[in-house]
Design a protein around this ligand. Structure first.
Ligand code: HEM
Length: 413
């Protein structure tokens, strides 16, 4: 094929079509873009016009230049689909600090940042271990079950309940609210915007009750208490409070869930690495970083250009939508050798992009890593093997890069 024809092909490429993520063809698309057109413009698509940034170094430039590239909800926010933030018929806007620029972003982030401090992490450890052990002990042996439902979802929601000190028996409400907050209209989860708002108002009511209790108590290490006792977040308007609660629920939900499933699915592709882990548990933190890189649970974050600027030799115009494809940066061979492999010897595994960089770098990354580390420790203690019994089913999304099903069968020692 001639070079001109190839470039015409690329001109019509709608990188963000969720179908590419379901069938896995996105990896070849990213490889081609990194090589031939690393800052790629799609002039027209169902999601409008947008730039795709696919090389590690260029993504890093965008993520760390918050004065040029905005996260503001009013400009479209942090995902490629403007409709989620910017529906003109939708007066129920949920603006939280991940979708704010300076100076508003940082005071609100600081209010909840202590949740990831060493003393807070220390205070969660035992409970996370106890809950992980209980879930693993309850799994059937010798019969096929869905790892996503029985382990990844269950453990993640238990952790969320821990972080909020949320009534444990009601924890499944958290999964529902997270799913509702992110579901597309017309999906099987939610009929329309009115139904979504009704359910989210229940969420607000529930969390307002918890807030009112915490205000009267001494400060402690849970997210509701931290927000209730910090002057930057104690008097938020109801919708702003709900927005931040939903950020914390959603931020820690799909991401950790899909890393837990990737631990098993990725592990099954590289069994020799699991054998090395069995022989040397000090490699577990490296395994956790590698799985999070290999999976990249959030495929992208989006920004909007605040001024005309140049990136990778291309002119980005003020107002343009710019998509940082972390899933591509994590497979950039200029940064990671043999990126398709999960490799316990990788010298720079912790330079992965899955948590982003810059002022919005993931606030919960130590919490996510803690859960995965404990999961590995408890699995290695109990299971001789976890066999993957069939291909996984994948989430239909260009944002959440994850799984709905992974059939497995396990054998205990
Ligand atoms: C493997 C697990 C996780 C992954 C891959 C992940 C990924 C990310 C990414 C990509 C960002 C945006 C970074 C950027 O724009 O530069 C982010 C932000 C954030 N994450 Fe996570 N996350 C994980 C776990 C968690 C957990 C457990 C929590 C919960 C407490 C959490 C809470 C947040 C919050 C609050 C933000 C917004 C930070 C800000 O805007 O300042 N995340 N995360």
């Amino acid at each position: 094929m001639s070079i001109a024809a190839q470039s015409a092909d690329l001109d019509y490429l709608h990188v963000a079509d969720p179908a590419h993520f379901v069938d896995g063809s996105i990896f070849d698309i990213f490889k081609k873009l990194r090589r031939d057109d690393p800052v790629h413009y799609c002039a027209d698509s169902a999601l409008g016009a947008y730039w795709s940034v696919t090389r590690y170094e260029d993504i890093m430039t965008v993520d760390t230049s918050h004065n040029i590239y905005s996260s503001a909800a009013a400009l479209g926010g942090i995902v490629i689909d403007d409709a989620i933030q910017n529906d003109p018929d939708n007066d129920f806007q949920l603006e939280n600090f991940i979708a704010m620029d300076q100076p508003r972003h940082t005071p609100q982030r600081k209010a909840v940042q202590p949740i990831a401090s060493p003393p807070a992490i220390d205070s969660f450890k035992d409970l996370v271990r106890e809950r992980t052990a209980r879930v693993l002990d309850s799994l059937p042996e010798g019969e096929t079950f869905n790892w996503v439902e029985h382990v990844s979802i269950e453990l993640t929601v238990q952790m969320l309940a821990t972080l909020f000190d949320f009534p444990f028996e009601d924890r499944h409400k958290l999964v529902r609210w997270s799913d509702i907050a992110t579901a597309s209209e017309g999906s099987e989860l939610i009929v329309d915007q009115k139904a979504r708002i009704a359910e989210l108002m229940e969420c607000l009511e529930y969390f307002t009750k918890l807030h009112n209790q915490r205000v009267k108590e001494d400060p402690k290490f849970d997210l509701i208490s931290m927000m209730a006792h910090d002057p930057n977040t104690s008097n938020l308007a109801p919708q702003a409070y709900l927005a931040n609660i939903l950020l914390l629920i959603v931020g820690g939900n799909d991401t950790t869930r899909n890393s837990m499933t990737a631990s098993i699915y990725g592990g099954s592709k590289f069994p020799e690495q699991i054998e090395r882990l069995r022989a040397d548990r000090s490699l577990i933190p490296q395994m956790v970083s590698e799985v999070i890189r290999w999976q990249t649970p959030l495929a992208h974050m989006r920004r909007t250009a605040l001024q005309d600027t140049e990136l990778g030799g291309k002119l980005i115009k003020k107002g343009d939508k710019v998509v940082m494809w972390y899933l591509s940066g994590n497979y950039d061979t200029d940064m990671f050798t043999d990126p398709e492999r999960i490799d316990l010897d990788r010298h720079n595994a912790n330079r992965h992009m899955s948590f982003g960089f810059g002022i919005h770098r993931c606030l919960g990354l130590r919490i996510g890593e803690l859960q995965l580390r404990i999961l590995w420790e408890e699995m290695l203690d109990r299971f001789k093997s976890i066999e993957v019994m069939g291909p996984p089913s994948r989430v239909h999304s260009n944002f959440v890069h994850g799984y709905t099903q992974l059939p497995v069968k396990l054998t205990r020692f």
